[in-house]
Design a protein around this ligand. Structure first.
Ligand code: ATP
Ligand code: MG
Length: 259
């Protein structure tokens, strides 16, 4: 089913449209089969969270925007899922935060990097790092292709935005002393637990808000941006996300007991 074919009055239209975007991404060779599984895990957690942007997501988005604006070498890491879902938003965020875009895949080869570069260019990107032999540096302690990075990008970055990331690479990036910002619907994942700032929300809802917030904060002083970052507590934020899921389940269990 194509995105346009999803009927507007279908009760799960939004979710189906997101699936259609990923299915299209798979068809044109930018999303891997493993990426589709990862989306399924994300969907399950979105269902539990209530498919909306929570207060703690808004807080994390604000800290993430401030962090990106403060960074000297910010990099936005692009994989097959985010390229299928939010390519234009990635390019916009890179512009506002003066960040580089770097393609970084779990499974390289088969022309996927190049196909992602085409989609990003069509969305307005001028420079895209990490394609083919440009990913000539390696970061330690990961065994997948994700260890390969661009010496002009992730290797020298102080702040990396790695939405829908794998735990091993998150850990490696944190060990290298980088500020790691992620978007992950699963507050229990290793990525969510290990990152500096975790936005527990759907990437599709996050990107427009992150762009808007970065625009709002653009004129703030460095001092004020630092204050926003310092006031943010990732551990507490993750606990709130888990509590939210817990409370929703308790409420639903009570409802079904009472009926
Ligand atoms: P980890 O390796 O961090 O322990 P994992 O192995 O469970 O996590 P991965 O496949 O490595 O999962 O990473 C994908 C992550 O992205 C999952 O936690 C999933 O919940 C999340 N995810 C998938 N789709 C979305 C989405 N649209 N928005 C936000 N998060 C998503
Ligand atoms: Mg993983």
């Amino acid at each position: 089913m194509d995105e346009e074919e999803v009927s507007l009055d279908h009760p799960r239209a939004t979710s189906l449209r997101i699936r259609a975007k990923l299915a299209h991404g798979f068809k044109i060779g930018i999303t891997s089969a493993f990426g589709l599984f990862a989306h399924g895990r994300g969907e399950a957690f979105d269902y539990l969270i209530g498919e909306e942007t929570t207060k703690n997501s808004t807080r994390a988005i604000r800290a993430a925007a401030a962090s990106l604006l403060l960074a000297r070498h910010p990099v936005l890491s692009v994989n097959g899922n985010v390229a299928a879902l939010v390519p234009q938003e990635l390019v916009k965020l890179a512009e506002i935060s003066e960040a580089k875009l770097e393609v970084n895949l779990y499974h390289r080869g088969g022309g996927r990097e190049e196909a992602i570069a085409v989609v990003l260019r069509e969305s307005g990107a001028k420079e895209i790092l990490g394609i083919g032999s440009a990913a000539s540096a390696t970061i330690p302690e990961i065994c997948s292709d994700r260890r390969r990075v661009d010496p002009k990008g992730i290797l020298i970055a102080d702040t990396v935005f790695v939405p829908l990331e794998d735990g091993d690479r998150t850990e490696a990036l944190v060990k290298l002393g980088k500020t790691v910002i992620t978007v992950d619907l699963n507050p229990l994942s290793r990525t969510a637990q290990m990152s500096t700032i975790t936005i527990v929300d759907n990437i599709v809802r996050v990107m427009p808000l992150l762009i808007k917030t970065a625009k709002q904060l653009e004129t703030e002083t460095e001092q004020n941006l630092q204050k926003i970052v310092k006031a943010f507590n990732n551990e507490q934020n993750l606990c709130e996300s888990i509590e939210r899921i817990n409370n929703r389940l308790k409420r639903l269990a009570k409802l079904s007991r009472d009926t």
